[in-house]
Write a protein that binds this ligand. Structure first.
Ligand SMILES: [Zn+2]
Ligand SMILES: [Zn+2]
Length: 167
């Protein structure tokens, strides 16, 4: 079993309280909310090398064991909950990918910046409205495809994988 350094443990407390944490220190949590109803939509978390997820205390025994098994403590770890699906217990990403995602989700959030993260559903952002919506407001009419409240269509294809992070 590996544990993070005390400085990472301290960082998790602040990451838990604040929506965004300065990059390259303790990681980052971006919890987006639907522009139509305010309920949680997508959630993106970057876990710094050696660190633990912000909500570690709420992870199940199985989730923790899986994380410990697959986690490379030298690498950044991405946890992504999208609109229709996410990357489950997460996956390792490179420093470059972590930097790109952190930049994409630095405030203020705009579609153009969020889009540069390369997430399959752009974290639920509508390209035309420029705001995020939740699953309910992305009226999903067929698997992996929905319409925003303004009627703009979007693919919410859940077949996400780290390989999608092309340059
Ligand atoms: Zn909503
Ligand atoms: Zn729209």
């Amino acid at each position: 079993m590996r544990r993070g350094q005390p400085r990472h443990e301290a960082g998790i407390c602040s990451a838990y309280r604040r929506p965004i944490i300065a990059f390259m220190t303790t990681g980052m949590v971006s919890a987006l909310r639907c522009a139509a109803c305010g309920s949680p939509s997508a959630r993106i978390e970057l876990v710094a090398p050696g660190g633990l997820p912000a909500e570690w205390g709420r992870w199940s025994h199985e989730e923790r064991n899986s994380f410990r098994q697959y986690r490379d403590p030298d690498q950044w770890w991405l946890l992504f909950q999208g609109i229709a699906a996410g990357n489950g217990g997460g996956g390792a990403i490179t420093d470059e990918e972590a930097a790109r995602i952190a930049e994409a989700f630095s405030m203020p959030w705009t579609y153009d910046r969020v889009h540069t993260a390369g997430l399959y559903d752009d974290a639920g952002f509508c390209a035309t409205c420029g705001v995020p919506y939740c699953y309910r407001h992305w009226r999903v009419t067929r698997p992996g495809y929905g319409y925003c409240p303004e009627g703009h269509g979007k693919s919410l294809d859940p077949h996400w994988s780290p390989e999608d992070f092309g340059p």
